[in-house]
Write a protein that binds this ligand. Structure first.
Ligand SMILES: [Zn+2]
Length: 246
């Protein structure tokens, strides 16, 4: 990038940031105007009830929790699902702020105590298409609010993995096993890690990341996700609804 291009990019970024700061707060689910402290409008809030406000018998998590602690804001569905879909597929990186606030709230509610916040990495091709890694934006927000450091590039994908959506749980685990690597092991050694993603379904991706982190010497890995979903919600998780499967 030439200096003039860098300057233009910087000015654009600042202009976009200023526009965001000046625009009134809007609902993460439907863009209705809301009070500054809220994430959802009152209609959307009815379908995004956090685990913390649900009966205790509604256990947090799914099979994703197998083998590791999992902290989640709410079950996947309703306006939370809509917010996540817009965040990932609607070119709305600005939604990292309200959704990140929900994630941070869940971490605090759970009394999460970690040293390092690490996002699940996106495949480089997906990253190029989307322009941002939604998990990394969420992780940045969480690290800002917790007494913890952000390590946005601690994990990388060492190989591309087939689309998870069409695979059975066993095949998913095989599909992603060994797909992740820790870039700088000294960065994670003896650290308690919060591993951040937007949605946990079977937990195969999270488990593969956890294995890599523990293998590199992390003291512990806790999953931190906005939503836990049944496998049926994978349509939303793995690819944009209209995109061809590759
Ligand atoms: Zn709304």
């Amino acid at each position: 990038m030439s200096p003039s291009h860098a300057l233009v990019a910087a000015v654009r970024f600042l202009a976009a940031a200023a526009a965001r700061a000046l625009s009134p707060p809007s609902c993460a689910g439907c863009d209705a105007l809301i009070a500054d402290a809220a994430v959802f409008c009152s209609d959307c809030a009815r379908t995004a009830v956090p685990y913390a406000e649900r009966p205790a018998r509604e256990a947090v998590g799914s099979s994703a929790a197998a083998g590791a602690a999992l902290v989640a804001f709410a079950p996947f569905g309703g306006s939370l699902a809509e917010g996540i879909r817009r965040f990932k597929y609607g070119d709305r990186p600005d939604l990292a702020r309200p959704l990140g606030r929900l994630l941070l709230g869940a971490a605090r509610e759970a009394g999460m105590s970690v040293d390092l916040v690490v996002p699940v990495p996106l495949h480089p091709r997906r990253l190029a298409e989307r322009g941002y890694n939604q998990a990394a934006l969420l992780a940045a927000h969480v690290a800002d609010g917790l007494p913890a450091s952000l390590a946005p590039r601690a994990l990388c994908r060492v190989r591309s993995t087939a689309q998870q959506a069409q695979l059975s749980r066993d095949l998913r685990l095989q599909n992603v096993a060994g797909a992740f690597r820790v870039r700088a092991p000294e960065r994670v050694q003896r650290r308690r890690v919060a591993l951040v993603d937007d949605v946990a379904t079977t937990g195969a991706t999270l488990a593969a990341c956890r294995e890599a982190l523990l293998g590199a010497g992390a003291a512990s890995v806790t999953y931190l996700v906005l939503a836990t979903a049944e496998s049926g919600a994978d349509e939303l998780r793995s690819s944009p609804p209209s995109a061809p499967r590759t």
